[in-house]
Design a protein around this ligand. Structure first.
Ligand code: PLP
Length: 407
């Protein structure tokens, strides 16, 4: 049973003269935006637009206040240590690259090990591979079980290498697997490593407290949690950020600029060189307000309801194979149908007005382990309901029929 009824808040889900009705099942890639977020961004540009931190006039004061209020909302929403430990970035990818390039270059040396996992998105793989190559360090990838969970025995084996950092996601974008962070993080810290959690798929869906979980670095993207594109954050222990060197140089991040050398501002400014995405931060703040109004527990319950409904309905379709674990799974459903190529499935579904994702989901190491090139993926969020699942299932039945004629 699904419990939320918020579709009407999302203008893009209503058909209009230019576009037919859409059943949007690709929220793991990017979510749609409620009117409340669109209005907040528009209002910012209409009444408060200005650069931040550098003007004495009223508009600059208003913009700065809104920007810093958004930082406080993020801190509270993810249970950060304090708002000095929230750095606005373009999103998850930039936040992870910030850590790899700043913390990584100072702390990972030749002969060291960096641990990543086969469940991760390329954004949490490639920056670590690049760092390891630069520094002469080794990358150790933790394996997954056949049903798509992190292999905890293999993680324990990797921790025996005494890695400098372990980078892993909370929720897998390809399978929906929820990693048991309360069990894993103490093991990582006992091994003497720092932990970076990619929260791109957890921040939108699971109530999280970075400080309760004892996470050192947490990265997420606003656009996956009803916020605008081009805004996200790195949430970190302030004492780690204090010790780190800036990732980019420019305006705003300095204390004093000499002819040959400069000194840097305190955090968070030290890591926010240049003009930030103020309207994006304001929109992200509005998205957080919206999510809080619904309640993260209610969101999780709603998505779990839809996922189970979908698993049950799709199990009626002969030849449909679902990837990923039965339990501890967020609202992501990766599947294959007979030997129909996932791109063909996506094309047939598109003709029915259903948007799903087909491909490797930026998880090629995981796809290799699953023995496939790609999967079809439906991912659910607050605005999906039972009728969306039924349209998806009917579309898949149609695809099966079309391709059985073709065979
Ligand atoms: N990590 C995970 C688990 C993701 O799902 C994604 C996007 O799909 C990313 C990282 C990258 O996010 P962004 O492109 O917003 O930086």
């Amino acid at each position: 049973m699904t419990t939320l009824d918020v579709k009407a808040d999302f203008p893009i889900l209503e058909p209009d003269a230019e576009r037919r009705r859409i059943i949007y099942l690709d929220s793991a890639a990017s979510s749609q935006k409620p009117r409340q977020v669109l209005d907040a961004v528009r209002r910012f540009y209409e009444v408060s637009n200005s650069n931040v931190h550098r003007g004495a006039y009223d508009l600059a004061v208003r913009a700065t206040k809104l920007y810093e209020e958004a930082r406080c909302k993020v801190t509270e929403f993810v249970g950060g240590y304090d708002s000095r430990g929230v750095i606005f970035t373009r999103g998850t990818t930039e936040a992870i690259n910030l850590v790899a390039n700043s913390w990584g270059r100072d702390n990972v040396r030749a002969g060291d090990t960096v641990v990543i996992t086969a469940l991760d998105h390329h954004s949490n793989i490639v920056p670590w591979q690049m760092l390891a190559k630069q520094q002469g360090a080794a990358v150790r990838m933790v394996e997954v079980t056949e049903d798509g969970r992190l292999d905890l025995e293999d993680l324990r084996a990797a921790l025996k290498l005494r890695p400098k950092i372990v980078a892993l996601n909370y929720v897998s974008n390809a399978l929906g697997t929820i990693n048991p962070l309360p069990e894993i993080i103490p093991l990582i810290h006992e091994a003497g490593a720092v932990v970076l959690v990619d929260g791109a798929q957890s921040a939108p869906h699971i109530a999280t407290s970075v400080s309760d979980l004892d996470i050192d670095f947490y990265a997420f993207s606003g656009h996956k949690m009803l916020g605008p594109m081009g805004i996200g954050a790195l949430v970190a222990r302030p004492e780690l950020l204090d010790e780190m060197n800036p990732y980019q140089g420019g305006g705003e991040m300095i204390q004093e600029v000499g002819d040959e050398q400069s000194t840097y501002a305190d955090i968070p400014a030290k890591f926010e060189a240049g003009t930030p995405n103020v309207a994006g931060a304001v929109g992200l703040g509005a998205a957080i307000d919206y999510l809080n109004d619904i309640g993260m527990d209610a969101i999780h319950e709603h998505e779990t309801g839809i996922l189970h409904l979908a698993l049950e309905r799709l199990s009626d379709i002969p030849g449909l194979k679902v990837f990923g674990p039965d339990e501890e799974r967020a609202g992501v459903l990766s599947f294959a149908l007979d030997d129909i190529h996932p791109h063909d499935l996506a094309t047939v579904l598109d003709q029915e007005g259903v948007a799903i994702r087909a491909g490797h989901h930026c998880t090629q190491p995981l796809m290799r382990r699953l023995g496939v090139q790609s999967t079809a993926r439906a991912s659910f969020y607050v605005y999906n309901d039972e009728s969306d699942v039924e349209v998806l299932a009917c579309g898949l039945e149609k695809a099966k029929e079309i391709f059985s004629y073709a065979a």
